[in-house]
Design a protein around this ligand. Sequence first.
Ligand SMILES: NC(=O)c1ccc[n+]([C@@H]2O[C@H](COP(=O)([O-])OP(=O)(O)OC[C@H]3O[C@@H](n4cnc5c(N)ncnc54)[C@H](O)[C@@H]3O)[C@@H](O)[C@H]2O)c1
Length: 385
Amino acid sequence: MQKVFKVGLIGCGHIAETYFRGHKYFNNFRIIKCADIEHSAAKKCASVYKISAVSVKDILKDKEIEIILNLTIPKAHFEVSKKALLNNKHVYTEKPMAIDVEDGKELVKIAKRKKLYIGNAPDTFLGGGNQKSKELIEKNLIGKIILGNIIFAYPGVQSYHPNPEPWFAKKEGGPVIDMGPYYLTALVNLLGPAKQVWGSLMWNKKKRVIGIGPRKGKSIKVLCPTTYLGTIFFKNKTIIRFTLSFDVIAHHRNHIELYGDKGSILVPDPNMFGGSVFTCKKLGGYWKEHKTNEMPLGKINIRQKSLRANEAPINANYRGVGLAEMAYCIQNKKKHRCNGELSLHVLDIIKSIMHAAKIGKRINLKTSCQIPKLFSNKEVNKILK
Ligand SMILES: NC(=O)c1ccc[n+]([C@@H]2O[C@H](COP(=O)([O-])OP(=O)(O)OC[C@H]3O[C@@H](n4cnc5c(N)ncnc54)[C@H](O)[C@@H]3O)[C@@H](O)[C@H]2O)c1
């Protein structure tokens, strides 16, 4: 019998809606209370989803709640997750797990000491697109992967977000910390841990103009670099070139391309769950499509354009599966896939890229993790309604 874990939400902002939507898809968690540093945000959320709004202090002490879902802003992740663990709650946090590697390490250490689970987004790598790619790679379809390219590049959030400052903040701003978690987690899921990075950066404009909302036309300061280019060296010897940028109007490259000694693979957008995978085994040859729209976490479930500019109007979005998979693993005493070691390693890659680009030197990573296991349809179906 599947247990339904009682979840307490801290941070009732934009992304919260997506996790409530998870109630429709997953059978083992229910968000029963919510809290926010701005109590009015918690009250609004509670009235929409017919749950109770309480203070942050009370939700952490609440005996009924077993898992804290931390959807606060990146710079608050560490503090909120730490409090959750110290109050003997399991915790699942939006990306990134923290904005400092040392803080991430501390969270993993506390969770281990207290025998609690710590889980983190992104969970998009559990979707059809990345899992189909993993299956094909593990079947040796393209042979041993030796090289690859990844790109996330767009003009930035200022045109469509009324409060874009966090994306341009000194410490937690920029494209690597914002979008890196999706791409890097997807790569680690396919290639295993990384060992070294280097890069270069560009700080294109010192100001940007807000394009929407009550502050439309106001100029804001850009306090961080907005483009990073560089290389990641993986332990399995694969070398990946990356472009992560808020300075590109448009491009026509594939999100992730991996080149093996028997062929090449195009991995769909790691910020999404679905999308077809393409493989080609000959120069100038046919690109074979491997559809994911019949996979349980690849099926289209969104048919209306959301407010997120970089999200396709029709797509598969099963955010919350990482939380459901973690709940399943708590109940069955297994290791969960969106685990602390994986997100700590991804955070290490992120911060090392940013630092390497700043000082102009290669940096060796200090963390590692196990490559996550393929998420079989059989396992997915256990947590789906
Ligand atoms: N919005 C998206 O499309 C999206 C997509 C994927 C992931 N995320 C991630 O989700 C997280 C939240 O993003 P968002 O867009 O919902 O942000 P948001 O700013 O809309 O909401 C964050 C909420 O957290 C609250 N908060 C901040 N600090 C707090 C603290 N110390 N204690 C309690 N509450 C606190 C804020 O008052 C706010 O209501 C971020 O880590 C972001 O990277 C967002």
